[in-house]
Design a protein around this ligand. Sequence first.
Ligand SMILES: Cc1cc2nc3c(=O)[nH]c(=O)nc-3n(C[C@H](O)[C@H](O)[C@H](O)COP(=O)(O)OP(=O)(O)OC[C@H]3O[C@@H](n4cnc5c(N)ncnc54)[C@H](O)[C@@H]3O)c2cc1C
Length: 304
Amino acid sequence: MEHKIWDVIIVGGGPGGYTAALYCGRAALSVLVLEEIAPGGQMGTTDQIDNYPGFPEGINGFELAMQMQRSAERFGAVTRLERVTSLSLEGPVKTVKTSSGEYQGKAVVLATGASPRELGLAHERELRGHGVSYCATCDGMFYRGKEVVVVGGGNTAAADALYLSKLCEKVTIIHRRDTLRASKSYLKPLQECKNVTILWDTLPEAILGENAVTGLRVKNKNTGETQDIPCSGIFVAIGNVPNTALFADSVTLDENGYVEADETTRTNIPGVFAVGDVRRKPLRQVVTAVADGAMASHFIESAN
Ligand SMILES: Cc1cc2nc3c(=O)[nH]c(=O)nc-3n(C[C@H](O)[C@H](O)[C@H](O)COP(=O)(O)OP(=O)(O)OC[C@H]3O[C@@H](n4cnc5c(N)ncnc54)[C@H](O)[C@@H]3O)c2cc1C
């Protein structure tokens, strides 16, 4: 076990985590970032980020991730690629266990993000980024003039379909029920969109295409009939799964499993903060994650 007590331990090296690391490092706090896979989180998985200010041509998500990591390390933040396996968060000194060690810190920032809920179909993971997308506002522009399918019936699916209808030739919504769960405010605009069709009581059956999506096979759950919808893009909008299993027994979560923390990012446990997509919030984007990281640092710094 390492005997150093870090000022701040950050769990998750996405944009939220690395911004907290940058601000805390710049405030002369000792900072350890523990990241399971690779810096960047979800952001690192997308080719082009167009809606993060400062990059007029957009920027590759992985490249932006590397820059965020370097920015934080410039102020002394240390990154270790280790999976956090358990947390002991009560008291003034917190213990963080990982796949290869144990660390202690005075403050912990939970920046574990969220993962889009998958359809669970064959080839879905291989075709992610090659036609399968979980973020219409991020990837929609790559499908300009093309035919796409949106899977889901909630607010995200409705908003995605409206957004895509302005870019795409045709948008087909696949919904497993006979009415949308989305707020009524979406219904009229959707009905007015000439290029949006809704297939009710319909379930996705198979993603078509070898190296890139060429269509989606769907099945009507009442009649059992199947049909293939030709499309270049499948936008999955059936919800997100926050990565909170690690601390669900100690940190208060909302009804959807996100950390209950307001914009101060403070959780129910003193010295424990939640930033980015893992926190309850209305918009999950890079720019809102980095804002949270700065906010957490503000409250950590004032406690030191
Ligand atoms: C395909 C795609 C495209 C997107 N495009 C855009 C876009 O163009 N513009 C935009 O603003 N937003 C975009 N987003 C959304 C944006 O990426 C997220 O809002 C943002 O990354 C959230 O940052 P975060 O730091 O909260 O969490 P994440 O990015 O989810 O990072 C969390 C990190 O925590 C790590 N982690 C989780 N559990 C553990 C553990 N136990 N131990 C150690 N590490 C752990 C994960 O490996 C991950 O690296 C996109 C998302 C996706 C999926």
